[in-house]
Structures are given as structure tokens and as C-alpha cells.
Design a protein around this ligand. Sequence first.
Ligand code: CUA
Length: 331
Amino acid sequence: MSWARWQRAAAFGLCLCPVVTSCSGVQSTLDPAGKEAESVATLFWVTTVGGLLIWAVVVAISQYAARWKRETISEKAAGQMIFWGGAVFPVVVLTALLAYALWLMPFLRPFASPGEATTRIEVVGHQFWWHVVYHRADGSIVVSANEIRLPVGERVEFSLTSADMIHSFWIPALGGKMDLIPGRINRLSLLAQRTGTYRGQCAEFCGTSHALMAFPAVVMEPVEFEAWLEQRSVSAATDPANAGQAVFFREKCGECHSVAGTEAKGAAGPDLSHVGSRLTLGAGRMENNETNMARFIANPSLIKPGSHMPGYQSLSQEDLSVVAKWLKGLQ
Ligand code: CUA
């Protein structure tokens, strides 16, 4: 093979890389783990394969005309070719595609019928984090943030709104996206079909840290999900004598954050009642450990540009470390 051909083959291979690597993973629409995502993936494959087939036919015809059939054709034949190939064919194909996509649409966002959704999850978007409230069948609620948990095989209904900008709630592996709009409640229902930890992402530009506004979405067995909710419906063990808890209240962290079972009732920032047990910190930004917790408290805008939380670089290393340890202990 000549050098130019090698280069072309390498360029083609490089172009294929993102296509191949996006076919699987925790944030892939093409690796569906939910009923709604399956419809999206099917539509993608039908349009992609259909488009490739049409492209192949057009290329074959143009090659045939350019290489083998070089004599001119009559004006009447050319006119007919334009009519059938340039007008009728695209109209038929695009109409069929539109009909197919419209037929799929109700399956993309089915509203859970009354009695079908046992869990209702309320999500409020903020710059740049997610407030999450689980409404349980018995009427009680569990407040959380920056993480979504779902039972496998059960339809869950989300009510979505925003406190500031337009955000968009999207778990590609489970279904399509839905905007969170201030002053309005949008509904989305999802049916997860495979357990695992997936990744959700804000899908509407909402400011500096839009790309850093993510969350883990954990699909669990219904029994585990119930146990998880049960565990979070009671306050984590707090201790007024704890040095970290003392720093938390001395610095007035409770003005912006809530910790169940304590005086902290703030609503400007994420609920911290069980923050120690979450998979990530900073809405999917980093691993949840004491070191990262202390780093975030000291300088949030370094980790999350545009974050509304003020930095606490004035705190001593000792204070930072005890408060981080206390928060990580809120399991
Ligand atoms: Cu929130 Cu983008």
C-alpha cells in the first residue's frame, strides 16, 4: 500500500475511534440499561444503517456514471432521474422516517399511569448541583443531592424543575433528556432494566461549570433500594461534642446546608445529611474522601468554577481536616 493510502486508512481509523468507544460505557446512549434508552438506541441504529445504505447506493451510482457509463443521456431521461431520485425518493424516505420517529415518541416519554410508579423523585437543578427528594409510597420523603438511586424493573417518575437557570436532566444509559425550567415542573418517567452505576449529566449550558454538573445514577435491586431509602430516612449519627461538627456550626455552614437531626436547615447548598455515603463529591466531580472534602471546602471555585459556595482557605489545616472527617462520617 502506498504512503498516501496508509495515511487515508489511518485517518479513517482515527475517525472511527470515537464512534466505537461511544458504543459502551456508563454514559452511553448506545449501551441502554433502560426501556426508554432502548427506543433511543433503536432509532439511532435504524437512521444510521438506513443513511449508510442510501449513501452506498448513491456512491455506487455516481461511480458507475463516472467510470463506465460516460456517454450523455437525453434531457428527458435526466429530468426523470431528477424527479424520481431528487424529489420523490427523499420525500418518501423522510416521510417514512418522520412517521417512524413519531410512532416511537410516546415510548420515549411515557407518563407513569396512576399506581404504576411506586417511586416519585423530585429533582431541582441549581448552579451546579442537583437537589433530590424521594417521595415514597407511604407519603414520607428522603432528601438527598447529587446522586440518583433507582429500583430495577420499576417505573420511576421524575418531577423536574430549576431554582435558577435552565438545566437538563439526562441519564443517557436510561433514557432521553428533559429540561429543568424555573417556575415549571416537567415530568419524565424511566424504567431501568439493568442494575449498575451509570452517569447522568446536565445537558443544557447553564454557566461556567455546566460540564461539571453531573451525578452517578445507581440502579439497584428493589429490596436494596428500599433498604437504602430506609437507612436515609433516619438521621446520621451526629455528635455536638465532635470537633468537626463544632467547626461546621462555628463557620455557619448550616445557613446554606442541611444536616438532618441538627440545627443546620439551610437550603442554598446541597443537603449533607448523608453526604459521607455518596459516591462522589461536587456533583460527580471527584471521589468522595476526606482529602477531597477538605479541598472542596477550602476552595470550591478551584474545583468547580462559578460555584456559589465561598472558599474557606482561612480555616486551619486542623479545622479543615476535622470538619471533612465529620462530614465523611455522615453515612
Ligand atoms: Cu446545569 Cu448545565
